[in-house]
Write a protein that binds this ligand. Structure first.
Ligand code: PLP
Length: 395
C-alpha cells in the first residue's frame, strides 16, 4: 500500500485528494483494498458502476470482444457500435448518436452541434447557451465555461464566450435571459455535482415549452442521471418531455470509458463528414460492454429495484433527519441519486464513513451524496444508515 501511495503521490499530478486506500477488487456493491478490507460502495465510482462492480454480463461481453478486436478507426463499421446505437435509439427519443469517451466530450459535441444547427437553421450566428447556476458539465474549456460554478473557473480565464447562467428551477429567470443570439438551453434534469438538486414537478416542462416557443434547442446533460440512475432509463422520462439533444457517459460503459451525444434526426443533420471526430469513441470493447449494460438494464429488475430502494433509502434518511434535526437540513433525490444536506461540513463525516467501511462523498461542502449501485439491497441501505446514525450520534 505504502509504495503505491508514495509512487502515485510523487509521480501523478496532484489534481485529486485521495484517500490512503488502494483498491484492488470489486464485486457488486463491494470493493476491497490491498489488505483485504471490505467496503460498501455507495459512490459507485461516481455514478459509473450502476450495475455494481464487474457485472458478469458486462465483463463477459467485454472479454469476448477483447479476444476479437481491440480497436479500429471510425473509417470502418463494427458490430458492437451498431448494437449499442440500435439499443439506445430504440429506447430513447433520439435518431442518431455520436460516440465518444467521457461526459465532457459528449457535452462538447452537444455544444458544437447546437451552434452549427442554429447557424444553418437561422442563417446567422446564434451562439449563446444558457446554463444553470450550480451546474456541472465538465473540465474542457467549453464545458468548463458551461459549468455555472465559479470555483471551477478560477485560474483558467478567459473562458469561452457565449455562456449565461441562470438559477436552476426558476422559469422567469430563464425567460428573461433568452434573447436573439441564444441557441440553446443546457441543463442537468437533476443537478449532481451542484448538490443533488431536484427541480419542481412542472419546471422542466415549462423549460421545454419555452424552448419550443423561442425556437432554441434543449440539451439535457444526463451524464450523471442517465442509464437508470433515477429509476428510469433516462431522467427526462419522469417529466413527460423530450430534449432535442442528450448526453450520456459515466454508467454507459459499465466501468469502461464511454460517452455519447444523442439527437433527433432534424438536428443531427447538421453534423456531416468532418464536422466532428474522435479516435477512440465507439471503441469495440467499450461498445460491447455498453450494449451489455443496456441489455441488463432492460431485462433485469435493476430499474424497478432502483425505484423501490430509492424510496426506501429516502425514508430511512428522513428518519435520520428527524433524529438529528440540528445536523440534517434536507433530504432530496430521485431513484438512487440522493443528497443529504447538512448544517455542517460533510468532509469529516465522509472520512468517518470510510473508517467504518462505507464509501460515500460530499458535494458543495455540505451535501452528502449517495449513489449506490442500482442493484443495492435493503440490508446494505440499513447498514449505511446505521453507520451514519453512529457517526451523527458522536458529532
Ligand atoms: N456532466 C455531468 C452532469 C457530470 O456529473 C459530469 C461529471 O461528473 C460531467 C458532465 C463530466 O463527465 P466526465 O468527467 O466524464 O468528463
Amino acid at each position: 500500500m505504502k509504495k503505491t501511495v508514495a509512487t502515485t503521490d510523487e509521480s501523478i499530478f496532484q489534481t485529486y485528494r485521495r484517500y490512503p486506500v488502494v483498491l484492488t477488487k470489486g464485486r457488486g456493491t463491494k470493493v476491497w483494498d490491498d489488505a483485504g478490507r471490505e467496503y460498501l460502495d455507495f459512490l459507485s465510482g461516481i455514478a459509473v458502476c450502476n450495475l455494481g462492480h464487474c457485472p458478469p454480463r458486462v465483463v463477459k461481453a467485454a472479454r469476448e470482444q477483447l479476444k476479437k478486436l481491440l480497436h479500429v478507426s471510425n473509417f470502418f463499421y463494427t458490430v458492437p457500435q451498431a448494437t449499442l446505437s440500435d439499443l439506445l435509439i430504440k429506447h430513447s427519443f433520439a435518431d442518431r448518436i455520436f460516440f465518444c469517451n467521457s461526459g465532457a466530450e459528449a457535452n462538447e459535441a452537444a455544444l458544437k452541434l447546437a451552434r452549427k444547427y442554429s447557424l444553418e437553421r437561422f442563417g446567422k450566428s446564434r451562439y449563446e447557451v444558457i446554463t444553470m447556476s450550480y451546474s456541472f458539465h465538465g473540465r474542457t474549456f467549453a464545458t468548463l465555461s458551461a459549468t455555472g460554478q465559479d470555483k471551477f473557473h478560477k485560474g483558467f480565464g478567459p473562458l469561452l464566450p457565449g455562456f449565461t447562467y441562470v438559477p436552476f428551477n426558476d422559469i422567469a429567470a430563464l425567460r428573461k435571459a433568452i434573447h436573439a443570439s441564444t441557441c440553446a438551453v443546457m441543463l442537468e434534469p437533476i443537478q449532481g455535482e451542484g448538490g443533488v438538486n431536484v427541480p419542481s414537478d412542472n419546471y422542466l416542462k415549462q423549460v421545454r415549452d419555452l424552448c419550443y416557443q423561442k425556437e432554441i434547442l434543449l440539451i439535457f446533460d444526463e451524464v450523471q442521471v442517465g442509464m437508470g440512475r433515477t429509476g428510469r432509463l433516462f431522467a427526462y422520462e419522469h417529466y413527460g418531455i423530450e430534449p432535442d439533444i442528450m448526453t450520456l457517459a459515466k454508467a454507459l460503459g459499465g466501468g469502461l470509458p464511454a460517452g455519447a451525444m444523442l439527437a433527433g434526426s432534424k438536428v443531427a443533420e447538421s453534423f456531416t463528414p468532418g464536422s466532428h471526430a474522435t479516435t477512440f469513441g465507439g471503441n469495440p470493447v467499450v461498445m460491447a460492454a455498453g450494449a451489455a449494460v443496456m441489455q441488463e438494464l432492460l431485462e433485469s429488475d435493476a430499474l424497478e429495484n432502483c425505484r423501490r430502494m430509492g424510496d426506501y433509502f429516502q425514508k430511512k434518511l428522513e428518519g435520520l433527519k428527524a433524529r438529528y434535526p440540528s445536523l440534517v437540513r434536507d433530504i432530496r433525490g430521485k431513484g438512487l441519486i440522493i443528497g443529504m444536506e447538512l448544517t455542517i461540513e460533510g468532509k469529516e463525516i465522509v472520512n468517518q464513513c470510510l473508517e467504518e467501511g462505507l464509501i460515500i462523498n460530499c458535494t458543495l461542502d455540505n451535501v452528502l451524496r449517495f449513489l449506490p449501485p442500482l442493484v443495492v439491497k435493503k440490508a446494505e441501505i440499513n447498514r449505511c444508515v446505521a453507520v451514519l446514525d453512529k457517526i451523527f450520534a458522536g458529532v
